[in-house]
Design a protein around this ligand. Structure first.
Ligand SMILES: *[C@@H]1O[C@H](CO)[C@@H](O)[C@H](O)[C@H]1NC(C)=O
Ligand SMILES: *[C@@H]1O[C@H](CO)[C@@H](O)[C@H](O)[C@H]1NC(C)=O
Ligand SMILES: *[C@@H]1O[C@H](CO)[C@@H](O)[C@H](O)[C@H]1NC(C)=O
Ligand SMILES: *[C@@H]1O[C@H](CO)[C@@H](O)[C@H](O)[C@H]1NC(C)=O
Length: 351
């Protein structure tokens, strides 16, 4: 897929203005796709909620030299939601994108990223993503028996999440109970009864697994950097008078634990095992950008016009993107290669 992305980009490259000042400079478009890949990795790492995005296509970009040996890219990327949650901290390139019957979620991210000449230093300044699910009518036509997306706040979904988490707490053998964090996806299917499916995140609580299970919903979250989090898929159904509950969860090793392990492996601290009461609550990190989830389009939209020129370089500050119309910071020098990559792909909007 990456090879295809590069190919699509190179073949359709339209250089609007100018050429690299240095004649043996590498192909700027290839660099831009590489920059988009790196930027998306940083965006996924920065996010605290939702599923990891995968790069579908570099839709457009602009670039400007920055400092003595780096480039700032303004990237417009078409992205697809994968099945990996950001808490898993998986690499997006190894995550599976949702198929048609799983109601794909697609959208666009705009980002500013600085990349040094040797590509060693990658710094994400800011990003803004807008995502929406593929229209239900479209999915229904392609796959009439597939579960359809439903409101994540519905009573049935919450019930499915609670019951399946209770099952998990009873059966997992984990030392502590887990509590529900957020419902991240919900769907329903009506065949011989109604099936409700919930995907949700969970976090470790302070209650040991010997605690009475009826108390589990009241257990307080373990609020330290060593608390485990996870992603669960649960379902609840009543068919022919019988109730069925299924659950499976992936528990992710907290980042702090991995860092700790690394420190020990590097011999920095010789371990008597870490003392959990040292652990302080993680200070909330200010996100570098935003992700907005929009409702599905009501009807099939036509393909947007193909970009034939680079996007105007928005005003840029070290803090990130400025809203259009706001007083602009001094713009970056306009020289430099400006390339627009035409889309050879089906736009995700056509899903
Ligand atoms: C409780 O946690 C311990 C590990 O701390 C585990 O060995 C045991 O199987 C768990 N018990 C239950 C009932 O899940
Ligand atoms: C997730 O849960 C937390 C804590 O309950 C809440 O603050 C946050 O708004 C929720 N996020 C979403 C996307 O529902
Ligand atoms: C949880 O706590 C509240 C008050 O703190 C109490 O009213 C409720 O009964 C408790 N729930 C369970 C399941 O123990
Ligand atoms: C853990 O650290 C706390 C405070 O630093 C200390 O009071 C406690 O004795 C330590 N516990 C162990 C098992 O080392």
């Amino acid at each position: 897929m990456m090879a295809f992305l590069r190919l699509a980009c190179m073949c359709a490259l339209v250089c609007v203005r100018g050429a690299p000042a240095v004649s043996d400079a590498p192909d700027p478009c290839v660099n831009a796709v590489g920059a988009a890949e790196k930027a998306l990795t940083k965006i996924n790492q920065d996010r605290q909620q939702g599923y990891i995005f995968s790069l579908h296509h570099l839709s457009n970009y602009n670039q400007a030299p920055h400092g003595s040996a780096g480039v700032i890219y303004f990237l417009v990327m078409d992205v697809l939601e994968t099945k990996c949650h950001v808490l898993s901290r998986e690499d997006w390139q190894s995550c599976e994108v949702r198929q048609t019957h799983e109601t794909p979620v697609y959208g666009q991210c705009k980002a500013f990223v600085y990349i040094s000449q040797e590509q060693k230093d990658v710094r994400l300044y800011s990003y803004r993503c807008r995502m929406r699910p593929a229209p239900a009518s479209k999915i229904g036509r392609l796959c009439p028996d597939c579960p359809s997306r439903i409101d994540m706040d519905s009573v049935e979904v919450l019930k499915a999440a609670k019951l399946s988490l209770e099952k998990y707490n009873m059966e997992s053998g984990q030392p502590n109970y887990f509590a529900l964090l957020n419902i991240t996806r919900a769907s329903a299917q009506g065949v011989f009864g109604m099936f409700y499916f919930a995907e949700f995140t969970i976090q470790e609580t302070v209650c040991a697994n010997s605690t009475d299970i009826s108390q589990a919903p009241n257990c307080t979250l373990m609020d330290c950097e060593f608390a485990h989090k996870g992603l669960c898929k649960g379902s609840h159904s009543v068919a022919q008078g019988r109730e069925y509950i299924t659950v499976s969860c992936n528990i992710f090793e907290p980042e702090a634990v991995e860092k700790e392990k690394e420190r020990h492996l590097l011999g920095g601290e010789h371990g008597h095992g870490h003392n959990r009461s040292h652990a302080r609550p993680t200070p909330p990190k200010r996100p570098l950008g935003t992700v907005v989830y929009l409702p599905a389009r009501q009807q099939q939209s036509s393909l947007p016009p193909l970009p034939d020129s680079p996007p105007p370089f928005p005003s840029f500050t070290e803090e990130g993107l400025e809203e259009p119309g706001h007083p602009a910071a001094p713009p970056l020098p306009p020289e430099g290669v400006q390339c627009g990559a035409l889309s050879l792909h089906l736009h995700p909007g056509a899903l």
